[in-house]
Design a binder for this molecule. Structure first.
Ligand code: AMP
Length: 278
């Protein structure tokens, strides 16, 4: 497994990889969710590139860029176990030199949900992902359903800018109790960790109601809100949303493919999760 820090070296080694090339962009502090993306990429491609880059431009000024968990030696050991070919670990200066002045701004689908709560977040995401796609030139890139809006934004960028690769969405990997794996789960104290399962429980509650025939999105959102509010360690609910899975437009009457998304603060972190209604 080669580990490279510069764009020049990454491009040079990329030319030696056997096609097709799968690519998994991450911010590191890897868990089994990330590894699942790599396993899928490995199964569908001859070579796999993983990037580890805590992208400063997608964090707001009050967010956790400085304290975001990092452990490169551990990440590299984990990537070895899933037979990654090449790991790209650029510095912030390498990706954003002082004269950097170009941004990718996906409009529309970034306006609501995470985009509304985290202004500028998706501009940072789209820009870094576009840069990584240009550097790595993958055949297919792998993203987690866990970050549902991110997948929609990346797919829109691909279509609008005629980018020449395929995006593959990988189902959310969960802890045994249902909590979606996330690098930010490490911020949770033991009692908060237990309470955090309320997100998944609220999502499965919504799914259960829908499966029983409830189509009124407002009613399901209300049941979810009341359920979450019964958990004393649940903090601010940023949103509970039921949308079309492709456009992320809010629904009054549920019609598949639909998705239920939520963002809730539990202790220090705000956690996000979603479930697709099919
Ligand atoms: P991050 O390191 O948080 O930027 O995540 C890198 C990639 O891993 C993104 O495409 C995420 O959606 C994906 N990912 C994160 N957590 C999970 C999970 N629990 N299951 C599946 N994919 C995930």
């Amino acid at each position: 497994m080669n580990v490279v820090e510069t764009i020049a070296e990454m491009k040079r080694l990329r030319r030696e990889l056997v096609e097709p090339v799968g690519f998994v962009p991450t911010m590191g502090f890897l868990h089994n969710g990330h590894l699942e993306l790599v396993r899928r990429a490995k199964a569908e491609n001859s070579s796999v590139v993983v990037s580890i880059f805590v992208n400063p431009t997608q964090f707001g000024p009050q967010e956790d860029f400085e304290s975001y968990p990092r452990d490169l030696p551990r990440d590299l050991a984990m990537l070895e176990t899933v037979k990654t070919d090449l790991v790209f670990v650029p510095s912030a200066d390498e990706m954003y030199p002082p004269q950097f002045d170009s941004w990718v701004n996906v409009e529309g689908v970034t306006e609501r949900l995470e985009g509304a709560i985290r202004p500028g977040h998706f501009k940072g995401v789209a820009t870094v992902v576009a840069k990584l796609f240009n550097i790595v030139q993958p055949t297919k890139a792998y993203f987690g359903q866990k970050d549902a809006q991110q997948v929609v934004v990346i797919k829109k960028m691909l279509a609008d800018l005629n980018m020449n690769l395929e995006v593959v969405t990988v189902p959310t990997v969960r802890e045994p109790d249902g909590l979606a794996m996330s690098s930010r789960n490490t911020y949770l104290k033991p009692d908060e960790r237990q309470a955090a399962v309320v997100l998944y429980q609220a999502l499965t509650l919504a799914q259960g109601l829908w499966r029983k025939g409830e189509k009124d999105a407002g009613r399901i959102r209300q049941v979810m809100r009341e359920f979450i509010q019964q958990q004393p360690l649940a903090g601010k609910i940023d949103y509970i949303s039921i949308t079309n899975a492709e456009t992320l437009r809010e629904l009054d009457i549920i019609k598949p493919p639909a998705i239920v998304l939520l963002a809730v603060k539990i202790g220090k972190p705000r956690l996000i999760d979603n479930i697709v209604l099919v």
